[in-house]
Structure formats: C-alpha cells, structure tokens
Write a protein that binds this ligand. Structure first.
Ligand code: NAD
Length: 270
C-alpha cells in the first residue's frame, strides 16, 4: 500500500493500462498498482486485461476508494486486441492522455540460446513487443491531437542479462521502440518513456518463479533481496510512482527515457 498523497496530479486525464489485473497473490502487481495510483491522482482509468475477473478486481478496488475506472477484456496479442482497446477509449472518453503498456510474460520455454524453444521465442516476442507496438499504433491517432504520455513497462533484464533470451530481447526491443516513438511523436506532443523495474516483490515474479524452481516464496524473496544494493526488493507501488511522474505534466520535457526502478541494481551495469 502506498500512502503518499498524489491527489490532483492527473486531474481530468484519461489513462489506459494494459495488464491492469494481476497474477493472484498476497502483494500488488505493477499494472494494478499503476491503475490504482492513477485513479487516486484523479484520472479516469480503463483497465484492460484478458481476464475479466482480474480486470474487474482492479476496477472494484479503485471504485472502493472513490475513483473512476472501467474494465475492458482484450487480449493484446490478438490481432483485434489493439483496435478493441482504442475503440473502447474513443467511445467511452473520446481521448487518451496516458497509455501504459504493462502486459509482459516470460517463463516456460525461455532460457539461454541453446535451450530457448521456438514456441517460447515467438510467444514472448509477440506478447511483450509486437503487441505493445500494435497498441501504440492503434492509440496514437487519439493522442496526437492533444499530446499524451506513453509508458512502456520494460525490465532491467533488457540491459542486464538474466539468461532468459526471449524475455530480455523482447524488453530490449521495447526500449528501442520507446525511443523511436519518442522521436516520431516529439513534435506532436506525444512523449514516450520506459520503466525498467528490477527485482520486484510481485506475485508474477514470486509465485511463478518459486513454482518453476521448486523453492519456497520466502527463500526466493531472500535470494532476490540479497541481489539488490538497497537490500530489499521493490514493490508494484514503486513502479507506479515512477509511472505517475512520467504520466504527469511534471515530466512534460521528458521523453525517450529508460528509467530503472531497481534499488540501484542497474548501477552495477553502468
Ligand atoms: N515483477 C517483477 O519483478 C518485474 C520485473 C521487471 C519487469 N516486470 C514487468 O512488469 C510487467 C507486469 O507486471 P505485473 O506485476 O503487473 O504482472 P502481473 O502478471 O501481475 O499482471 C499482468 C496482467 O496482464 C494480464 N495479461 C497477460 N497476458 C495478457 C494479454 N495477452 N492480454 C491482456 N492481458 C494480459 C494478466 O492476466 C495479468 O493480470 C510486465 O511487463 C513484466 O515484464 C516485472
């Protein structure tokens, strides 16, 4: 839970967050935290997820706090997913001020070059990279009229090897796309930045990975915390506060930035 007062920082704005639900678990995911924080800051939020239950859970959490949010079920990797998202935003709000590409997957079949499967390569690149581009492409026309902020949720793995070839390559491609979109959108008032979360204490990271590696949640948490210079993992709220800054007018001269949110881990890369 974040108790920092953010009220008014996105007043009057419309935000679309993909992957705004979360993997079930005891902590908050990046997408859900961003959707909730944006709503607390005064934005109306379109919560996109391929799971209706997950999208609805985030919407309910926002409404319980008095915020305004709507759920939209869409698969961002489906050929029609991106246009469904753009059309829903157009029909419901007539505009998009903030777009967050948060959907990201990894896992089964990924690994070093020798072990990565072709199926995993295609699936991870398609969901993490191609789908984010399609969503940007579909939403851009609505943002170019009045300016806006696109935020891509990349990963520190894009610059610091994790031996997950497909995942880290998909996120490195997302970084390059971020800067390309920043340059093409600059004169039209569309800013585009990426956040590179490091080791975060989210259910997606802890629950899935502890199952794959056959170790307890606590053992995995300790192992990950020890790798962070600050001595602990980040949370979805840390990602969300960085995203709120990039989404807000406070960042109006900032575009093309790849921002690590990682407790200092990236400083080891240089
Ligand atoms: N947690 C970490 O340690 C960490 C570190 C670095 C980067 N990240 C990045 O953060 C992002 C997400 O984190 P999170 O905590 O919100 O994960 P999460 O799994 O909790 O939430 C992602 C949501 O996306 C939804 N989703 C998955 N595929 C989808 C699709 N094709 N279409 C629509 N929705 C889909 C899922 O249902 C889920 O609700 C990812 O891009 C991930 O790569 C996480």
């Amino acid at each position: 839970m974040s108790d920092i007062d953010v009220s008014g920082r996105l007043a009057g704005k419309v935000a679309v967050v993909t992957g705004a639900g979360q993997t079930p678990g005891p902590t908050v995911g990046n997408g859900k935290a961003m959707a909730m924080l944006f709503a607390r800051a005064g934005a109306r939020v379109l919560c996109v997820d391929w799971s209706s239950d997950r999208a609805q859970a985030t919407v309910s959490a926002i409404r319980e706090e008095g915020g305004e949010a709507y759920a939209r079920v869409a698969d961002v990797s489906d050929p029609d997913g991106a246009s469904i998202i753009a059309l829903t935003a157009l029909e419901s709000f007539g505009r998009i001020d903030v777009l967050v590409n948060n959907v990201g997957i990894g896992g089964t079949g990924d690994g070093p070059a020798k072990y990565l499967t072709e199926h995993a390569f295609d699936r991870i690149l398609s969901v993490n990279f191609k789908a984010a581009w399609l969503v940007i492409k579909a939403c851009l026309p609505m943002m170019e009229d009045r300016g806006g902020s696109i935020i891509n949720i990349s990963s520190l793995a894009s610059i610091a090897g994790s031996q997950m070839l497909a995942y880290e390559t998909s996120k490195a491609a997302m970084n390059r796309m971020t800067q390309s979109v920043a340059l093409s959108g600059a004169k039209k008032g569309v800013r585009c930045n990426a956040i590179l979360p490091g080791l975060m204490d989210t259910p997606m990271a802890i629950v899935g990975m502890s199952q794959r590696r056959g170790i307890s949640h606590d053992a995995l948490r300790e192992e990950r915390a020890a790798r962070v210079p600050m001595g602990h993992m980040g949370t979805g709220w840390d990602t969300a506060h960085a995203a709120l800054f990039l989404a807000s007018d406070e960042a109006k001269f900032i575009t093309g930035v790849l921002l690590p949110v990682d407790g200092g881990q990236g400083a080891r890369v240089g």
